[in-house]
Structures are given as structure tokens and as C-alpha cells.
Design a protein around this ligand. Structure first.
Ligand code: HEM
Length: 173
């Protein structure tokens, strides 16, 4: 009789544990799936529409970007070992991929994390992301002129923040 009760109690405990684990898995999965985008859909549109205006002048934009970056922090110039026009092209292509994935950043998360880790090898430090952000925003302001409204600026600050944070967190934690 005692063994019978003990058996039922243990069985119930095991069933409860299994149920609990299933719930945990379900809720954590739902949390990831339902994670709100850090940019509102309006901000995503603003970034995309403004980016379309920059794409036709991307070579000049990239050139201006490095000019501005080296003006803001002359020390980072020595980190760039290759040809700057090639590098500018890679930067623009990457930004284009991210801009196109803004409504599902999980798509590019792994790529950004890997890129963040590679940037340590190039000698990039976490603080450099501030300067690069400032140079990028400045170029956008030049390229977009009157289309660089406060809302557009804020949307880009948020978008760049997400990119930089993803890269930095993977690299420096
Ligand atoms: C939005 C953030 C950034 C993006 C999208 C980006 C993009 C890229 C890409 C696509 C490359 C080509 C190589 C690779 O994929 O690993 C690269 C290389 C490089 N990036 Fe970045 N980068 C970012 C931030 C930074 C920052 C903050 C710095 C600091 C100054 C930096 C400095 C460099 C350097 C030194 C290289 C190597 C260039 C060479 O070999 O000449 N990047 N970056």
C-alpha cells in the first residue's frame, strides 16, 4: 500500500516536471517569435526610402564617409589596410542587406555578429562605433539634404544603434 502511494506521488511529480519543461520551451519560443521590432514600421519605411536616395550616389557617399571618419578620428586611418574604394563598396553592400532586413533582423543577426568579431581582428574598439555612427549620419545628412528630416535622422540613429549593438555585443562580451 505504502509503495503504491509512493509510486503515484513520484509519477505525478515526473508528469508535472515534464509539463513544466514543455511550457518553458513554449513560452521562450513565443517570446523570441513575438519579440517586437526595435524600429517601428514607420521608421523602417523612412530608413528604406531615404536609403533609396543614397544608393545611386553610393560611391561618393562612401568616399565622403571615410573622409569624415578620418577627420573625426585621424587615428583610425591606420586600421584600414586595403583599398578604400573596395572597402566602401563592401560597407554599402552590407548596409543595403541590413536595410532590406530591418523588418526581420534575425535574418542578419548571425552575419552582424560574425562581422563584429572580425572587426576585433582589424583592431576596431567598441568606442569606434560612435565615431563611425557620427560619420554615417553626417553623410546621410549631406546626401539627403532637405529629405534628412528629424524623423529620418531618428530612424537612422535607431537602425545604426541596432547594427552597432549587435556587432559590439558579439565582439566585446
Ligand atoms: C555599421 C557598422 C559597420 C559595418 C556595417 C561595417 C562593415 C564592414 C565590412 C563589410 C567590412 C569588410 C570585411 C568584413 O566583412 O569583415 C569591414 C571591414 C573593416 N571595417 Fe567595418 N563596419 C562597421 C563598423 C566599423 C567600425 C566602427 C570600424 C572602426 C573604425 C570599422 C573598421 C573597419 C576596418 C578597419 C576594416 C578592415 C578594412 C581593411 O582591411 O582595409 N568598421 N567593415
Amino acid at each position: 500500500m505504502m509503495y503504491g502511494i509512493l509510486f503515484v506521488v513520484i509519477l505525478l511529480a515526473v508528469l508535472l516536471l515534464v509539463q513544466n519543461k514543455k511550457n518553458q520551451a513554449r513560452y521562450s519560443r513565443q517570446y523570441i517569435e513575438e519579440e517586437p521590432s526595435l524600429l517601428s514600421s514607420e521608421q523602417i519605411n523612412l530608413v528604406r526610402e531615404s536609403w533609396k536616395r543614397v544608393l545611386p550616389i553610393k560611391e561618393q557617399a562612401a568616399e565622403l564617409f571615410y573622409q569624415r571618419l578620418f577627420e573625426l578620428d585621424p587615428d583610425v586611418k591606420s586600421l584600414f589596410k586595403g583599398r578604400l574604394d573596395f572597402q566602401g563598396d563592401k560597407l554599402m553592400t552590407t548596409l543595403d542587406v541590413v536595410v532590406n532586413s530591418l523588418d526581420d533582423l534575425h535574418e542578419v543577426e548571425g552575419m552582424l555578429q560574425a562581422m563584429g568579431r572580425r572587426h576585433i581582428i582589424y583592431g576596431v574598439e567598441a568606442a569606434h562605433y560612435e565615431t563611425v555612427g557620427a560619420a554615417l549620419l553626417w553623410v546621410l545628412a549631406q546626401g539627403l539634404g532637405e529629405h534628412f528630416t528629424e524623423e529620418v535622422e531618428e530612424a537612422w540613429v535607431t537602425a545604426y544603434g541596432v547594427i552597432a549593438t549587435t556587432m559590439k555585443e558579439a565582439a566585446y562580451q
